[in-house]
Design a protein around this ligand. Structure first.
Ligand SMILES: Nc1ncnc2c1ncn2[C@@H]1O[C@H](COP(=O)(O)OP(=O)(O)OP(=O)(O)O)[C@@H](O)[C@H]1O
Length: 254
């Protein structure tokens, strides 16, 4: 589904900075993969390269076997819009619109009838438990509901890959748990392929597999074998071995 092959990223400046160094990994269709690592290890850079927002200095990203960087600028923009879904820490909802209008937004750029748009919004809202707030404005809803709305918007066009950057970073622990259970359900029930960057071991424990990066290189991979609780402990052990100041691993929610 996703293949990152020999990807390096060098930020050029007075002094060049190598943020990613020859990274290789794959994500299978239907997998829920977490990305963890100390602050500055290259997680956001990696997500930006996979989402084709940023171009790697070397290497290639294949999504469904297609080389993303073989596309021209216009094709890349279309590719992002049609094949990828994004969920961010700060929700990125449009505050002048209602929940429904926010969810529908990606569809208005496509040639889809209003009836079909409504059908899709209703189905996804039902799945995410936000049908009752569809006509509210985004300032009238809670953080957890905002993130559910953002997830609905990311999913409404049926993307091949969902990319989430710290999706629970702005939520209290109950709302975070709710959102993670929702993501996990979408992954298990609908086979959605997801990649989530997180600092939070508790959030990461909802994934099937974690890729740890350090200094832009693959440090370790951890596959979930047993219960979520045991996976959480395994993740904590790797985070401890990763070292660094405790604030670099930040907000580990116990
Ligand atoms: N546009 C840029 N120009 C130069 N250097 C950059 C740029 N963006 C990021 N970097 C550097 O690349 C490294 C990796 O940054 P990145 O944001 O990918 O790390 P991260 O793991 O996401 O960190 P955090 O967890 O703090 O968000 C950092 O040392 C950062 O300073």
């Amino acid at each position: 589904m996703l293949e990152v092959r020999n990807v390096s990223k060098v930020y050029e400046g007075k002094v060049n900075y190598r943020a990613l160094s020859d990274l290789n990994f794959t994500v299978k269709k239907g997998e829920f993969v977490g990305v963890m690592g100390p602050s500055g290890s290259g997680k956001t850079t990696l997500l930006n390269v996979i989402s084709t927002i940023d171009k790697p200095s070397a290497g290639e990203v294949y999504i469904d076997g297609k080389p993303a960087f073989g596309l021209n600028k216009r094709q890349l923009a279309l590719f992002r819009r049609r094949e990828l879904g994004f969920v961010f820490q700060d929700f990125n909802l449009l505050s002048t619109l209602t929940v429904k209008e926010n969810i529908i937004f990606p569809l208005t750029l496509e040639n889809i009838s209003v009836a079909e748009q409504d059908g899709r919004v209703n189905r996804i809202a039902d799945k995410l438990g936000i049908s009752h707030i569809l006509n509210k404005r985004t300032y009238e809803i809670s953080g957890g509901q905002s993130q559910r709305t953002a997830i609905a918007r990311a999913l409404v066009h049926d993307p091949k890959l969902i990319l989430a950057d710290e999706p629970t970073g702005n939520l209290d622990s109950k709302a975070a748990k709710d959102v993670l259970e929702t993501l996990q359900k979408l992954n298990k029930d609908d086979g959605a392929t997801m990649m989530m960057v997180t600092h939070d071991a508790q959030a990461a424990s909802y994934c099937d597999r974690i890729i740890f990066i350090k200094d832009g290189m693959l440090y370790r991979e951890l596959q979930r074998m047993d219960s979520r609780k045991e996976f959480f402990e395994d993740i904590m052990n790797v985070l401890t071995s990763l070292g660094g100041a405790s604030d670099e691993l930040s907000s580990v929610r116990l």
